[in-house]
Structures are given as structure tokens and as C-alpha cells.
Design a protein around this ligand. Structure first.
Ligand SMILES: CCCCCCCCCCCCCCCCC/C=C/C(=O)SCCNC(=O)CCNC(=O)[C@H](O)C(C)(C)COP(=O)(O)OP(=O)(O)OC[C@H]1O[C@@H](n2cnc3c(N)ncnc32)[C@H](O)[C@@H]1OP(=O)(O)O
Ligand code: FAD
Length: 680
């Protein structure tokens, strides 16, 4: 089936010429209208075309070029990203892109970790979330017009996860109505905040508030770091870049120390907790309300896991269609490597996962906006659920996406190891998502604690109704139920798939709860008993999060069916959803076998069905990655170019290597010539 209308994306960066014939053939053979799936992913035709206009503008603009990025030094990369920031601002003015959404679209198209990411992603949201109306009136216009550039300085050299252990102090001086910010120890040095090192003029600093020797906990303070005239650090402030990292070269992650820096009283962000002029402290309505920006960013990170994984899969699938190795029998043409079952088994579950995470992103966005609406009405009741769910999903999605990028890289063979494949930098820039905004393991503890608590409540009070995604914790009878998917066909039943995921999650929660009790019966207090089950808590959090992802995928397809989405699209989404569901059962088979939920009666048809699903996806694989609609600029990969001219592009890009500027190697005269020409 051909697509209902043609994509409007330019083929930039790739070497021009006739497109690869295999890709052309694959595209012509898709079983569904690709364009319609693109509309579904991006929220309709109008929105897709708008995004394409922005993507085209960026892709054809030389300031945003990416192809030479591998040949730049760290300092040059940082300078280049500042140039991009300036141009980004110019384009906003030139094209009237003043809405937050337009600007987000533009940043997404630029597709780089710009040193204003923290300004828009955390600094402004913290002012919005934590500032009073007056504080917002004062700071937001400046921040939105980039008259000040800010960041979010929480983590210190000594503490990141344990926020209550932060050492930076803000002592209230009643006599001058000021806070005195101080870094009393080396480990109190702020360390890691993005754009802190060289770019930011301001930041929101998280410091422990002390009033008349009374500790009042960690609070956010607005602090100016650098002069707005000459960008020099202000008195009492020591600030700089933390040095080389795994990647993330465009970002000046920084350090910051305070030597008794004074700020006015109204620089504490006081929407929820206040310090009056006389030093009277009013507590916030919820003890963790000042952590809200992190919850916001975790939701944002969940939303980006899909597109990041989708990029890696697009590169690997296109390349695997172009790449040929071995004929099956001598005299026959060589096979596209995507025809090999092992290649499909590596890539198609990730393709399915990229679609699954797309719907997870929609789900968490909706949950977050409901939560914000509640917060505005002083209703914090959803905070625990929001915090726990986003913590778990952030962990699962970033872990899977990180590992998935590496799988895609390895599946491209030797060329995957070339930076020109785009995959090494995609991986290296993405993996800190498993650490920032909460180390994934630590985040899993948060979700597991929440689930254990609810499970305990449900056990203590039969009939208690729990929120939707955790309502299975009420049903301990589920533990006695076993899988009845004894045929391949039965494994395609979403109810059975969900049953398996719910059963596994409930089992792990119940097991953890029982172990907790057992540890306490052995004489441990609750704190030490929790320490004894921590590895299991990570499994609990993952198991629940898998269930949430699958449940949302299944529900999304049901909603699409109800809203009249065409059969070919529904069919292909259902196939992807089935593969997601079955693949991750297969990947964690031990969990399901351990308690006898599954037996070999079920596993044989499970494996067989997975093989069938791989076959079913094969003819649509290229179309399914095309539907993500990435420009060549966004992919930044010689292997993933839309026209499939992989070898031509690799060869041309390699010519840019600085070593190739001269025919004779640098260092030849000093180091090679002497021994080559030495007398024997
Ligand atoms: C259209 C506009 C769109 C705009 C889009 C913007 C896009 C911008 C693009 C930006 C691109 C940028 C790329 C990303 C850059 C990365 C930047 C990275 C930044 C950072 O990393 S900032 C630092 C992040 N730090 C952390 O995440 C620290 C992790 N630690 C914690 O969160 C907590 O300390 C803790 C959760 C581990 C434990 O907390 P604590 O010790 O204080 O508390 P307890 O363990 O005792 O728990 C007490 C109870 O409180 C609950 N709790 C904890 N946290 C929360 C919370 N956040 N909300 C609600 N409840 C919370 C616990 O669960 C406990 O509950 P219980 O019932 O008592 O068990
Ligand atoms: C690229 C990047 C950008 C960042 N940007 C910012 C930023 O803009 N602003 C900012 O404030 N911060 C930022 N950070 C810091 C980041 O938020 C922290 O590094 C993160 O929260 C993890 O904290 P940590 O480094 O203290 O890890 P640690 O907590 O020291 O973790 C080390 C190990 O200990 C384990 N562990 C920790 N606590 C426990 C426990 N209770 N039980 C069992 N195991 C445990 C963890 O699982 C992990 O394996 C950034 C970090 C990176 C890498």
C-alpha cells in the first residue's frame, strides 16, 4: 500500500543520487499508509507539517550543521553550541516562534544538548512552580527574554541522591533581612549542574535553610552568579566547568562555591514555604513540594525515551536493509542482513518498544498535567502516585533505551563503531539519563516503597480501592491464577498478556512484603529489613513499570480502534504491541517460571509466536521506522540516511577527518621517517 501523501522532508547531509534500490522496494511494499502512522505519532496532519517546516528550516541552516561535530575540540563544540543558541534566538524573533511549544519544537529540531536546556527545562519551571506571583513577575520576563540565563544547582560533590544530606547553607540574617549562602566544606561544592560552569548568570540553588540556629530543611534560592555587564563571577562566588566527561561536550556542567554570599530575603522562592521579615518560618503544605521540578523533568525524560530509541532503531533498520552479507546458497544473491532472524530478534523488539514508549509518554504527560491542575488548587493528593510512577517509568524507559541504542550499534557491525554511524554519540549523550534526575536504582526504591505500602494497606483492609494502575494489588487471589496461553494464538490475547505482567508484578510485591516481614521477625528493625530486600525492590519497580507501559499500549490501541483508526494501522500497532508484550516475558522468563505461572507448556508457543511476529514485522520494518519521520539532520548518521546511500555517505564524511588534510601523516618526519630510512 502506498502512503496517503508524500513526506516533505529534505534529504540533507547524505550524498545525493538514486536511492538504494532495496530501500525503495521495501518502502513500496509496506502494508500500511506510512504517512497516516506519522500523523498518529505526532498528533495529526497539521502538527506533523508544522514540525516538518521547523525540521526543514533547521536541517538546511548551516549554523545547525552537525556533520563536522566529531572533528571539533571540546571548547569548539561548546562555542558552536553557543552559536546555535544565538541563532535559535534569532530564528524565534524572525519567524515569530514565541509560544513555548514552538520553541520546544525548534530546540527538538536543533537536536543538541544546548547550554540553555537547563534554563528552559529546570530554571524557568522552578520559578513557575516554586516562586510567588511577585517573584514570577520579577524573574520570568527576564528569563523568558534571555536577559538572564539560569540553571538548577542542587547536586553537590558529596551528595546527589540524598537531598537531605546537602551541605550548602542559607542562614537568615534578620538584621539585614538577607540570606547568607555558604559552602562550609569541599563536599558542599555544587557539582554537575548543566550550563553552570560558563554560561549561566543565575541559578536556583538548593540549600539548607537555617533560621536562628534552627534547621528548616532544603529550600530553593535565586542567586545571581555572574555580572550582567561582563560575565565575571560576583564577589564570593567560585564557579567553573567540571572538566571532561563521557560525552555531553556541548554542555558546561559546572561547580560552584559560596563564600558568605548575601542575597535579599525575597530571593528565597516562597510559593510554598515562607520566611517572614522577622524570621518566622512557615512550612510548606507538603514536605516534598520543592522537589516538583524533578518530577516534571522525569516526566519529560520519559517522553524523550521513545524518540531517542526510535532514532537508533531507524539507523539500524535502514542500514540492515542496505547491508548484505552472505548468500544463503552459493550462486544466490547475498542476503540483506535484516533477513536474518537474529538481526530481527535484536532490532524488532526495540522498534516495538519505541512505539510502546510513545504511548507511555502520552500517558505520563496527561498524568502530569492533571497533577499540576491539582497542585494549583492546593490539592497534593496525587503527588505520591505521580512521584512513584514517574520515578519507575523514568528508570525503566531510560535503561531500556540506553541498552537498546547499544544493541542497535552492535547490530551494525564494524560500521556501528564508527562515530559517523551516529550511534556512539547517541549512546554516550543519552546514558546519563539513567543517572540524572535521580539515579535509576534509587528511583526504583521510591516506586517499590510506594507499592509495598499500598499492598500492605490492601492486605490490612480488604475492599480498599486503589488507583487504576495499582488496583491489581488489591487482588491477592491473582496469585493463585496461572497462565492458560497454551497455544500461539492465545498469546496474542491482550488480556492474557496483561494478566501475565500483573501476576508477575503482584508476585514480586508480595514476595518482597513477605521477606520484609521475615527479616523483621528475625529481629531487624524496618530500616535494616528494607536494606535486606533492596535488589528485589528494583525488580518490583521494573515489573510494575513494564505492566504500566504495556497497559497503556493496549489501551491506546483500543482507543484508536474506537476512534476509527484504519485497519492496516491498527493491525501493525497490534503486532508491535504483541511483540513488546511477548519479548519482555521471554527476556525475564525466570520471573514467570519461578513461581510456576508459566511452564514449558506455555513457553514453547510463546517462543514460536515471537518468531511469527518477527516475520510479520519484517516487510513493514522500513516503513515503521520511516513513520518516525526523522530528517537526516536529526539522525546525524551515515548509516541511517533516508536515501540509503550509506557507503557513499560514509566515504564522503570520512574525507573530513583532519588526518586526511595532508597526504603525509603528521609526525611522519619526526617519528616514522627516522626508522624507515635508518640503515639496516
Ligand atoms: C512546552 C514546554 C515544555 C518544556 C520542556 C522543557 C524541555 C527542556 C529540555 C531540557 C533538556 C535537558 C536535558 C536533561 C538535563 C538533565 C539535567 C539534570 C538535572 C538533575 O539531575 S537535577 C538533580 C536531580 N536530583 C535528583 O533527582 C535526586 C534524587 N533524589 C531524590 O529525589 C530524593 O532525595 C529521594 C526521592 C531519593 C529521597 O528523598 P528524601 O531522602 O528527601 O526523602 P525520603 O526518602 O525520606 O522520603 C520521604 C517521603 O517523601 C517521598 N518523596 C521523595 N521525593 C518525592 C517527590 N519528588 N515527590 C513526592 N514525594 C516524594 C518519598 O517517597 C517518601 O515517601 P514515604 O511515603 O514517606 O515513603
Ligand atoms: C550529565 C549529568 C547532568 C547533571 N545535571 C545536573 C543538574 O543540572 N543539576 C543538578 O543538581 N544535578 C545534576 N546532575 C547530578 C545528578 O542529578 C546526580 O548525579 C544523580 O541524582 C545521582 O546522584 P549521585 O551522583 O549522588 O549518585 P549516588 O547516589 O552517589 O549513586 C552512586 C551509586 O550508589 C547507589 N545508591 C545511592 N544511594 C543508595 C541507597 N540509598 N541504597 C542503595 N544504593 C544507593 C546508586 O544506585 C548508584 O549505583 C547531573 C548528572 C549528570 C551525570
Amino acid at each position: 500500500m502506498s502512503s496517503s501523501s508524500k513526506p516533505n522532508l529534505p534529504v540533507t547531509n547524505a550524498v545525493n543520487g538514486p536511492p538504494n534500490a532495496d530501500l525503495v522496494r521495501e518502502r513500496g511494499a509496506a502494508s500500511f499508509p506510512v504517512r497516516d502512522l506519522t500523523y498518529l505519532v505526532y498528533g495529526g496532519q497539521e502538527r506533523t507539517e508544522h514540525l516538518e517546516r521547523i525540521a526543514n528550516m533547521v536541517a538546511s541552516d548551516p549554523v545547525f550543521r552537525k556533520t563536522d561535530r566529531f572533528f571539533l575540540s571540546r571548547t569548539e563544540q561548546y562555542r558552536r553550541s553557543l552559536e546555535k543558541v544565538r541563532h535559535y534566538k534569532e530564528l524565534i524573533a524572525k519567524h515569530n516562534l514565541h509560544s513555548e511549544l514552538d520553541q520546544q519544537d525548534l530546540r527538538q529540531a536543533i537536536d543538541e544538548d544546548l547550554p540553555i536546556g537547563l534554563h528552559v527545562g529546570m530554571f524557568i519551571p522552578t520559578i513557575v512552580g516554586q516562586g510567588t506571583d511577585e517573584q514570577q513577575k520579577k524573574w520570568l520576563p527576564l528569563a523568558r527574554a534571555y536577559k538572564i540565563i539560569g540553571t538548577y544547582a542542587q547536586t553537590e560533590l558529596g551528595h546527589g541522591s540524598f537531598i537531605r544530606g546537602l551541605e550548602t547553607v542559607a542562614t537568615y540574617d534578620k538584621s539585614t533581612q538577607e540570606f547568607v549562602l555558604n559552602s562550609p566544606t569541599l563536599t558542599a561544592t555544587k557539582w554537575w549542574p548543566g550550563a553552570l560552569g560558563k554560561t549561566s548568570t543565575h541559578c536556583v540553588v538548593f540549600a539548607r535553610l537555617v533560621i536562628s540556629d534552627r534547621e528548616c530543611g532544603v529550600h530553593p534560592f535565586m542567586v545571581q552568579l555572574r555580572s550582567l555587564e561582563n560575565h565575571e563571577p560576583l564577589k564570593g562566588i567560585t564557579v567553573g566547568d567540571i572538566g571532561p566527561k563521557f560525552a555531553y561536550e556541548t554542555m558546561d556542567n559546572g561547580f560552584l562555591r559560596f563564600d558568605h554570599v548575601r542575597i535579599p530575603r525575597d530571593h528565597m522562592l516562597m510559593r510554598f514555604a515562607q520566611v517572614a521579615a522577622d524570621g518566622t518560618y512557615s512550612t510548606p503544605p507538603h514536605s516534598k513540594v520543592s522537589y516538583a521540578t524533578m518530577v516534571f523533568m522525569r516526566a519529560y525524560i520519559i517522553g524523550t525515551a521513545s524518540s531517542t530509541l526510535a532514532k537508533a532503531v531507524t539507523i539500524a533498520v535502514r542500514y540492515s536493509c542496505v547491508r548484505k552479507q552472505f548468500p544463503l546458497r552459493s550462486g544466490e544473491p547475498e542476503q540483506q542482513i535484516l533477513n536474518y532472524q537474529n538481526q530481527q530478534a535484536a532490532l524488532f523488539p526495540l522498534l516495538a518498544t519505541a512505539y510502546a514508549f510513545h504511548f507511555t509518554g502520552n500517558y505520563i504527560r496527561q498524568m502530569y498535567s492533571d497533577f499540576v491542575r491539582g497542585m494549583r488548587a492546593q490539592d497534593f493528593s496525587v503527588l505520591p502516585e505521580m512521584h512513584a510512577t514517574s520515578a519507575g517509568l523514568k528508570s525503566l524507559t531510560t535503561w531500556i533505551a540506553s541498552a537498546g541504542i547499544e544493541t542497535c550499534r552492535a547490530s551494525c557491525g564494524g560500521h556501528g563503531y564508527s562515530k559517523l554511524s551516529g550511534l556512539p554519540s547517541l549512546y554516550a549523550n543519552y546514558i546519563p539519563a539513567c543517572t540524572y534526575e535521580g539515579d535509576n536504582t534509587v528511583m526504583c526504591f521510591q516506586l517499590a516503597r510506594y507499592l509495598l505500602k499500598l499492598y500492605g494497606k490492601a492486605q490490612a483492609k480488604p475492599g480498599l480501592r486503589l488507583p487504576g494502575n495499582v488496583s491489581y494489588l488489591e487482588k491477592s487471589t491473582l496469585l493463585d491464577e496461572r497462565c492458560d496461553a497454551s497455544t500461539e494464538e492465545l498469546w496474542l490475547d491482550p488480556a492474557r498478556q496483561l494478566h501475565a505482567y500483573r501476576n508477575r508484578a503482584l508476585r514480586l510485591v508480595a514476595n518482597c512484603a513477605n521477606r520484609l516481614v521475615a527479616e523483621m521477625q528475625k529481629g531487624k528493625d524496618e530500616v535494616l529489613a528494607v536494606e535486606a530486600i533492596k535488589s528485589d525492590m528494583v525488580k518490583v519497580a521494573k515489573a510494575h513499570s513494564y505492566y504500566v507501559v504495556l497497559n497503556n499500549f493496549v489501551n491506546a490501541i483500543e482507543q484508536l480502534r474506537a476512534s476509527g483508526t484504519s485497519t492496516p494501522i491498527l493491525r501493525v500497532l497490534k503486532t508491535l504491541c504483541d511483540l513488546f508484550a511477548l519479548h519482555f516475558i521471554q527476556a525475564d522468563l525466570g520471573d514467570f517460571l519461578e513461581y510456576g505461572y508459566l511452564s514449558s507448556l506455555h513457553t514453547e508457543p510463546l517462543h514460536a509466536q515471537i518468531r511469527r511476529l518477527l516475520e510479520a514485522i519484517r516487510p513493514d520494518a522500513v516503513a515503521l521506522v520511516d513513520a518516525f519521520n526523522f530528517t537526516d539532520h536529526a539522525l546525524g548518521s551515515a548509516l541511517g540516511v533516508h536515501n540509503g546511500r550509506v557507503y557513499e555517505t560514509l566515504f564522503e564524511w570520512a574525507q573530513q577527518e583532519p588526518l586526511n588534510k595532508t597526504q603525509v601523516a603528521p609526525g611522519y618526519h619526526e617519528y616514522i621517517k627516522p626508522f624507515l630510512l635508518a640503515k639496516m
